[in-house]
Design a protein around this ligand. Structure first.
Ligand code: FAD
Length: 640
């Protein structure tokens, strides 16, 4: 087979959301990078909904941005409707979400890739990994058209394409995404290398022609008046909503049509074997699982500014196309609707991620990294976050540096990757805020404070962005000091104002920060207590940060204290070659699972199912004994 003349540092297979971030990170960190994908017209394609962000996902996008990734900037540039979710709830669960122009997003991201120094983009179908079997080290990839590309690291981000099989009713098409070929060969190559593969499925919704809908029957669903961008570099107030969405409900007639078509649903007649996402059920699932529910809400989301295609959020289905049309036409306003693309389900191979280290490098093959849906996740943001970390860690390894691994209290990225590599997944994994133990610390508003130092240290975050952040951080420090320093005297005028604000009166001088701690007093209210009490000339991000950190100080301190207590266990390193069979007192299951998963820390060990707190205590004692006695073999308990 001909070997391509140029040798690369990093090869990224796939140019979806994981692939784009991985390639950009590796190239920006100084390495010659090649991206190979099946179709250059679908770089950064949104396979499902035309939206970025949402709960926990929006947090990930802000973290990607804080580290120097691209997704937030792409969403800002191509967003057509923006919303901050959960604004009536606490700051920990608020998250940005944007409808995007799908075509614009693809072109915008491809343009960024094409204009990034050291990054080459090629169309090619990778069907084999090149590995030096003696050292279990990756050497490169081979394509179906017979070219071998060599590199020091390979990152696989093949999404839903590995042995992809699309289902629409009883029609089955070999494909990774509607209209695109499946990836063949790579699954066998991975199995040959000793990796275990599983099968998952996901589904998408029909796209309909907006010109065939009667909007009088629908309710408008507008964006926010004042748009909060995703990226820390996009000025607040610089983005505008360009579209509205609409909502409509299904009804009993729709449900009846779906029920009567059920034996033609590959999900229900047993044809689909892969496990689907529980949190994102198809309309078939919803109708069968909740028979008493009279309706389900659908949101009509425009797919772009220059297309009539509307995405029907909430209506994922793999029913036959004629049945899809039948039930759609029973929805109010949809009497004459035309489908432009039918909904479908896709089954694909994935690599159970317990076979990876926390750096996303494969435990069995040096230099091979996996990121995105191939690891059993679902979602653009989950894919992008993993792609970014795989790109960063491949680059750090080439620099001879330690991998960048976030703990669960540092970033949602840490929660995501830790869940994947320690617990694995047998259904498409999506991130939720409830999966984070320390979510009051992992807010979307403070992703810069949590992560920009790391972004700069690894050489990914550009210095101008960091300088602007550093200025904000210093302004925040001064603002804390100012609010602590400024005392308000207790007098009848102040107490009258406090009564108006429905806040308790004061009898002694009180600092502005003490007032701000009160739930009923906002930052702006400080102006009513003292002239210039609120510094409205300060950057919004600084004002917001000061308010959140002061108001939630008690809770934040409590979480920081918990982290301190857990850190000792959490960060205790476990030797990669630890012989668990030598440790007296471990249960058989723990011994077997620990030997298989090879956790990197005691904290990770504790999250492996089947490893009990008692096993963790035994391990702790064993590690302490090793430290003091120089041997791992732990004496029987009575002699300790
Ligand atoms: P993808 O975006 O799938 O990109 C894969 C890339 O790999 C492509 O560029 C492809 O060309 C390339 N590739 C594959 N094999 C090869 C090869 N052998 N050689 C070269 N290149 C290769 N997410 C949700 O959050 N909610 C949903 O409801 C949802 N529904 C979905 C429904 C469908 C039908 C599909 C297809 C996806 C759905 N997703 C959903 C998932 C979402 O699209 C993915 O999670 C996300 O796009 C994964 O990103 P990725 O980068 O891992 O892979």
């Amino acid at each position: 087979m001909p070997v391509y003349s140029k040798k690369f540092d990093v090869i990224v297979v796939g140019a979806g959301h994981a692939g784009c971030e991985a390639a950009l990170a590796a190239a920006r960190m100084g390495f010659e990078t090649l991206t190979l994908c099946l179709n250059l017209d679908t770089v950064a394609a949104m396979s499902c909904n035309p939206a970025i962000g949402g709960l926990a996902k929006g947090h990930l996008v802000r973290e990607i941005d804080a580290l120097g990734g691209q997704m937030a900037k792409a969403a800002d540039a191509c967003g057509i409707q923006f919303k901050m979710l959960n604004t009536s709830k606490g700051p920990a669960v608020q998250a940005p979400r944007a409808q995007c122009d799908k075509v614009e997003y693809r072109l915008w991201m491809k343009d960024v890739l094409e204009n990034t120094p050291r990054l080459s983009l090629k169309q090619g179908h990778v069907d084999r990994l090149l590995v030096d079997k003696a050292s279990n080290t990756v050497l490169g990839v081979a394509t179906k058209t017979g070219i071998e590309y060599l590199a020091k690291a390979v990152i696989l981000t093949t999404g839903t394409f590995l042995q992809g099989l699309i289902h629409i009713g009883d029609n089955r098409i070999k494909s990774g995404r509607a209209g695109e070929q499946a990836s063949e060969g790579l699954s066998a190559s991975l199995r040959d290398l000793g990796l275990e593969l599983g099968r998952l499925k996901t589904g998408t919704n029909p796209r309909v022609d907006r010109n065939t809908i009667d909007f009088k029957a629908l309710k408008e669903f507008p964006g926010d008046d004042l748009v909060q961008p995703f990226s820390f570099s996009t000025p607040r107030g610089s983005l505008k909503n360009k579209i509205v969405c609409w909502t409509v409900n299904t009804n009993e007639a729709v449900h009846e049509t779906i029920r009567s078509s059920m034996e033609r649903s590959p999900l229900y007649n047993g044809v689909i074997k892969g496990v689907g996402p529980r949190y994102c059920p198809s309309i078939e699932d919803k109708v069968m699982r909740f028979p008493d529910k009279a309706f389900h809400q659908i949101i009509l989301e425009p797919e772009g500014l220059r297309t009539a295609e509307l995405y029907l959020n909430g209506l994922s289905t793999s029913l036959p196309e004629d049945d899809q049309l039948r039930f759609l036409r029973q929805i109010k306003g949809f009497e004459a609707v035309e489908i432009m693309r039918p909904g479908y389900a896709v089954e694909y191979d994935y690599v159970p991620p317990t076979q990876l280290k926390s750096s996303l490098e494969c435990k069995a093959i040096k230099g091979l990294y996996l990121a995105g849906q191939i690891n059993g996740t679902s979602g653009y943001e989950e894919a992008a976050a993993q792609g970014l970390m795989a790109g960063i860690n491949a680059a750090l390894a080439l620099k001879g540096r330690e991998p960048l691994i976030f703990s669960r209290h540092q970033a949602y990225i840490g929660v995501l990757i830790d869940d994947l590599v320690t617990k694995g997944t047998t259904e498409p994994y999506r991130l939720f805020t409830s999966l984070a133990e320390y979510r009051l610390l992992l807010r979307q508003d403070n992703a810069d404070l949590r992560l920009m130092d790391f972004g700069l240290d690894i050489g990914l975050l550009d210095p101008e962005t960091y300088a602007a952040f550093d200025k904000r951080r210093m302004a925040l420090k001064s603002e804390f000091e100012r609010l602590d320093r400024l005392m308000i005297k207790a007098d009848s005028e102040i107490n009258a104002t406090l009564r108006e604000l429905e806040s308790a009166e004061i009898s002694q001088p009180t600092s502005l920060s003490s007032f701000l701690k009160r739930p009923e007093i906002s930052y702006e209210d400080l102006n009513r207590l003292a002239m210039g009490g609120a510094d409205m000339d300060l950057d919004f991000a600084v004002r917001q940060q000061a308010e959140i950190q002061i108001k939630y100080e008690g809770y934040i301190k409590r979480q920081l204290h918990q982290i301190d207590q857990f850190r000792k266990i959490e960060e205790k390193k476990l030797d990669e070659n630890l012989d668990y069979s030598l440790i007296y007192g471990l249960s058989r299951e723990a011994r077997e699972k620990l030997s298989r998963h090879r956790p990197m820390t005691l904290g990770q060990a504790g999250r492996i199912s089947g490893v009990t707190p008692a096993d963790i205590s035994v391990l702790w004692v064993a590690l302490e004994a090793q430290k003091h006695l120089g041997a791992l073999k732990v004496p029987e308990p009575e002699t300790l």
